[in-house]
Design a protein around this ligand. Structure first.
Ligand code: AMP
Ligand code: MG
Length: 329
């Protein structure tokens, strides 16, 4: 199968619509990462997503809808704070988990009782969702376990020959996956950290918990238990303060002929003059936005990426560190 990359516009959306309505899948841009979408009520199409990605069959998909879609067609809204969250943070990188009305097929939710819903803010994605006017279920558009794609080219590198169409909406501005928030209980609970932070949700809802994912817990967000986001080269992860250890590791890897690259925030570059660097940016937002792009750039040229952690796990850094540990730890 030939895989086409088309700029997202009226014509390519029309083509995507034909593919989706004939049980096909299409790669779509969002403001977080690229998604691999199918119509959520179409179990044959949904099955294709799992096959193409090699995704474990117990890792559910997120249903994406446009901003005027009535989500009560799909789920029960049982908590009042949800209306505040919708007003404050949608469209945007917030995924809310509700009890499902089972309109979206059971393959998409892996037989579970809940459905995760997101209203993306990416304009091209909104246009597509409006044209379809049905929930599009989508995980990230990468092969399972690999780093998530933030450009159409990244999607192409993983899925060429396996899908017909990639809608190109430019580089994703957010750069890490959405915050997944369980909204079925009195107190909302973060299942996956992202750009909508605990602090932001607390401000809107009064309180917010973070789910612990111990090996023994029955996980509410099944995806978090799998290996994730890994680039194809070797990796190592050091603490923010371990500058000397990083320099020693770099020199050692270089001596072994392993072509090391240090991945770090711009502010640390001064310690590593003359060394190969993958610079992530200055602010937490910039760093989130560049993380996958730098990992995917790094896997092409480095033998080993030596990553340096953020100084703390507050705010957006929690989401960044969750991805860094899984990709490089
Ligand atoms: P991906 O977009 O590839 O990161 O996959 C979507 C992720 O959303 C999954 O890995 C889950 O962690 C989460 N998710 C999707 N549906 C649900 C749900 N019903 N309950 C909890 N988490 C979910
Ligand atoms: Mg994913």
């Amino acid at each position: 199968m030939e895989t086409k990359i088309c700029k997202i516009d009226q014509d390519s959306i029309e083509r995507a619509k034909q593919i989706l309505f004939s049980s096909g899948v299409v790669a779509i841009p969002t403001e977080t990462v690229y998604g691999l979408g199918a119509i959520g009520t179409d179990s044959i199409a949904v099955q294709k997503i799992f096959e193409i990605k090699g995704r474990p069959s117990d890792n559910p998909l997120i249903a994406h809808v446009h901003k005027d879609y009535d989500i009560t067609k799909l789920v029960h809204i049982e908590q009042d704070y949800v209306y505040d969250l919708i007003k404050e943070y949608t469209p945007g990188p917030l995924t809310m988990v509700f009890n499902s009305k089972n309109v979206v097929c059971e393959q998409a939710v892996c037989g579970g009782k809940t459905l995760a819903i997101r209203i993306p803010s990416h304009q091209g994605c909104q246009d597509l969702l409006r044209a379809i006017d049905q929930p599009i279920v989508a995980p990230s558009a990468n092969l399972s376990k690999h780093t998530s794609p933030v450009t159409a080219e990244h999607v192409y590198n993983d899925l060429k020959g396996k899908i017909e169409l990639i809608l190109d909406g430019g580089k994703c501005s957010g750069g890490i996956e959405s915050t997944v928030l369980d909204c079925t209980e009195k107190i909302p609970r973060i299942l996956r950290a992202g750009l909508i932070t605990k602090e932001m949700i607390e401000k809107t809802c009064g309180s917010c918990e973070i789910a612990m994912h111990k090996q023994t817990d029955k996980v509410r967000s099944p995806g978090v238990k799998y290996k994730h986001y890994r680039p194809k080269c070797q990796t190592a992860l050091y603490e923010y303060e371990q500058i000397e250890q990083v320099i020693n590791r770099y020199d050692e890897e270089e001596r072994l002929g392993n072509n090391p690259y240090i991945m770090c925030a711009d502010e640390l570059a001064k310690y590593f003059t003359g060394k190969n660097l993958l610079l992530l940016g200055k602010t937490d937002r910039e760093i989130a936005s560049n993380l996958y792009d730098k990992l995917l750039d790094g896997e092409k040229k480095a033998g080993i990426i030596i990553a340096i952690a953020m100084p703390d796990e507050k705010g957006i850094n929690l989401g960044i560190m969750n991805r860094m540990k899984k990709s490089c730890g």
